[in-house]
Design a protein around this ligand. Structure first.
Ligand code: URA
Length: 451
């Protein structure tokens, strides 16, 4: 068996055997085939897809491509959470400290930016001194001691995903159901938690943009989790616009701190409460969504969530004072405030284009080796459905140079459609998928959205 045969089979749309999948996953984990052959195979999978059986085989081979974490030394029910990725989507930095402050241990392994979407690790690394790499032993110790750690995959956990993820980021092969399901579920299963909450984004800034595609992905991942004996709740949430108002690494850390400090409300907080409440239910700490939400809000209002975030930053070598003094975060060379320029309503946004605008400013990678500029990005205070006047602030750019700010200004304007008629706000969430079926939100029901 060799890589050329496997690439050829997938190029012609054939289903790969378990042995073929094991071969290339093992090669990705060990670095025994060149990137260009893996990249060609990824593109063939992206274009020709995989059957449900291939997707399960891929996930299981990726799960076992390295070590399996053993969280049994941490008392309590461990609930993990993962997002399929979005723009301004920094729920982990909000909900992980809140959930931990409610007494549920959070031992989370996160990812870097992928395509136009941001990554929790890149955001955390924008905090001066913060490290997201540690040994499994140190990781477990931190969770036992303070109840919370968010780090990158430890050396040997799902190593095949580490290779494939970095290649997908720079080869336009991110938006593939089997590759997303394999990537997310292999990491989650190898990471050893007892239950998993998935945030499956849908809309113009999501990897899967249609509700049908997002539901299919949610169901595929729930099924894989069920086969592996883990309860999985997948929540399909809206990504028609950036979730928070801030897009960019340090900017998103600031957004999360503003939410945890009680200075900002809005959709970032609401989706964090929604996902966090599902985590509390799976951990047995809440019997209903209402109870889960109330507990999380109590952790927020009492300041316990922000304190937990500061504790985590300190434990991982970062400067915890950023939680009190936001000026300690990286600052850009240029700050430019841009006005709307006409009156009307915010009609729609192309959130992928908004993510790409941030990437082009230096917030994301175009080549695997790119070094990020943590300070850059933009703050977009307007939401779909808002009424705006010509003199209102439209967005604020945080850029490396005036030239970068010029380019970003054009790209962001192009990504947002203003119109003359009032527009309905998109739903916060569309559906919850579990092994028992799919429950649609009342807003999704109203819109007649059924995948
Ligand atoms: N997050 C992941 O970890 N993998 C993907 O493929 C997409 C989002």
């Amino acid at each position: 068996m060799n890589m050329i045969e496997i690439i050829t089979d997938k190029k012609f749309g054939k289903a790969l055997s378990r042995e073929q999948i094991a071969f290339f996953v093992n090669a990705a984990a060990r670095g025994t085939v060149p990137d260009y052959q893996l990249a060609a195979l990824l593109m063939a999978i992206r274009l020709n897809g995989m059957t449900a059986e291939e997707t399960t085989d891929l996930t299981l081979e990726m799960t076992h491509s390295g070590d399996m974490a053993d969280l049994s030394s941490i008392p309590g029910v461990k609930v993990d959470k993962h997002s399929t990725g979005g723009v301004g989507d920094t729920t982990t930095l909000v909900l992980a400290p809140l959930v931990a402050a409610c007494g549920v241990p959070v031992a989370k392994m996160s990812g870097r930016g992928l395509g136009h979407t941001g990554g929790t690790l890149d955001k955390l690394e924008s905090i001066p001194g913060m490290s997201v790499q540690m040994t499994e032993e140190a990781f477990l110790r931190q969770v036992r001691e303070i109840g919370l750690a968010v780090i990158g995959q430890t050396g040997q956990l799902a190593p095949a995903d580490k290779t494939l993820y970095a290649l997908r980021d720079v080869t336009s092969t991110v938006d593939s159901l089997p590759l997303i399901a394999g990537s997310i579920m292999s990491k989650k299963l190898a990471a050893g938690s007892d239950a998993i909450v998935l945030d499956v984004k849908t809309g113009s800034g999501a990897i899967m943009q249609t509700l049908e595609g997002s539901l299919e992905l949610a169901r595929a991942m729930v099924e894989i989790g069920t086969l592996a004996g883990k309860p999985v709740t997948a929540v399909v949430t809206g990504m028609e616009q950036p979730l928070g108002t801030h897009v960019g690494n340090a900017l998103e850390v600031k957004d999360a701190i503003d939410v945890l400090a009680g200075r900002t409300e809005g959709e970032l907080l609401e989706v964090s409460l929604l996902l966090g409440a599902h985590m509390l239910i799976l951990a047995g700490k809440a019997l209903s969504m209402e109870e889960g939400r109330a507990k999380l809000l109590d952790a927020l209002k009492s300041g316990r969530g922000l304190k937990k975030f500061a504790q985590m930053i300190q434990a991982q070598g970062g400067n915890p004072k950023v939680t009190e003094d936001l000026s300690l975060l990286p600052q850009p060379a240029v700050i430019r405030r841009v006005k709307v320029g006409r009156s009307g309503y915010v009609g729609s946004m192309d959130a992928t284009k908004l993510g790409l605008a941030a990437q082009a400013m230096g917030a994301g990678r175009i080549f695997k080796t790119d070094v990020l500029d943590y300070s850059v990005g933009f703050v977009l205070p307007v939401r779909i459905g808002d009424r705006v006047e010509a003199d209102d602030l439209f967005f604020t750019l945080y850029a490396k140079s005036e030239a970068d700010a010029d380019k970003a200004e054009g790209a962001i304007r192009e990504a947002i459609r203003l119109c003359d008629e009032p527009v309905k706000r998109p739903p916060l969430w569309y559906a919850v998928v579990t092994r028992d079926g799919t429950q649609f939100s009342p807003e999704a029901e109203d819109m007649g959205k059924r995948g």
